[in-house]
Design a protein around this ligand. Sequence first.
Ligand code: UDP
Length: 328
Amino acid sequence: MSVLVFGGAGYIGSHTVYELLDNGYDVVVADNLSTGHIEAVPERAKFYNGDIRDKKFVDGIFKKEKIDCVIHFAAYSLVGESMSSPLKYYNNNLYGTMNLLENMVENGVKNIVFSSTAATYGEPERIPIYEEDRTCPTNTYGETKLSMEKMMKWTEQAHGIKYVALRYFNACGAHVSGVIGEDHSPETHLIPIILQVPNGKRPYVSIFGDDYDTPDGTCIRDYIHVTDLARAHILAMEYMAKGGQSDVFNLGNGVGFSVKEIVEASERATGFKIPVKIEKRRAGDPAKLVASSQKAKNVLKWKPEFTNIEEIIKTAWLWHSTHPNGYK
Ligand code: UDP
C-alpha cells in the first residue's frame, strides 16, 4: 500500500514517515521545504519538492504514483503569525487543501488523514474536552483547521472521499533514535524553548503569565509524544481501509501539566537548572486544555506509549542536545 505524505518533511510529518516505513508501507513524501527539512526525509521514502497549491505538481504525483491514501500535514501552524497574516493562513491551509482534494477527486483517491488541532475548540466548555464540544476558535490558525474539517465533510458527501481529522493537543518529544526531532524557525513551543537553556542558547525561560485560574497560576496543557501522534495516523488509515466512517478524534495523554511543572520536569530530564522569568500573558492562551482521547482509544484502538512526561522530555533532549542547531 502506497501512502502520500504531504508535508512529510515537517516535525509530525517526518515522524509519521518513519513509522509508516517501519510498518512496511511504501511512502511518497511531498513538501515545499518552506518550514520542513529535507534531512528529515529518510532515503527509503520517495521525495517530491513542490507546493500543495500547485495543481500541476499535485496532479503529477497522483499520475506518477499509485497512491492509496493521503496523509496531509502541509499547513502553516503558528498561532501568532496567523493573527498578523490571516490571509497567508487561508491561502495555504484552505486553498492548499482544496487543491489537494480536487486532485484526489480527479484521480480517484478515496481516503485522507489530516492534522487538525485542539485550537479548533477555542476556550473550552469543560475539561477534559470531548470531540462533540463547542468549536469556537480564538485564532485564525484554529479557524482554518476547523474549516478544513468542514471542507472534508462536504467533499465526502459529494465525492465519497473519506477522512479522519486528528485534533492534536501539544505535540512534543522526538524519535527515540535521536535522528529526527523538532526544528522550527522561529521556535515558539515551550519544550524546545526550555531546552535552549541547557543548550546554552538562552539564559532563562519566559513564563507567559502566572495569574491564570490554575493551581500554580500557569497554563495547563496536555503534552503528547510525536511518535504516539504518528502511530495514530497509521491506525486512522487502517481504520478507513477496513470500512470505518469519516470522523474526528482528539489525541492527547489526558493529563494536564502546568508551564512550571514542565520546567521542573525538564530540570529532572536534563540535570540542568532552568531559570524562569514571569512575563505577561500571551494573547489567546486558554488557561487549561486537556483532551479526552477515549474515542480514539475505543474506535482506532490507539494507546499512547509515552505517558511519563520526564521520559517524553528526555527524547526531546536527546535530539536537541545532539542537534543544537537543528538540521543545520
Ligand atoms: N509558554 C511559555 N513560554 C514560552 C513558550 C510557551 O510560558 O516561551 C506557554 C504558553 O503560554 C502555553 C504553554 O507554554 O501556555 C504551551 O505553549 P506552546 O506554544 O508550546 O503550545 P500551545 O499550547 O500554544 O499550542
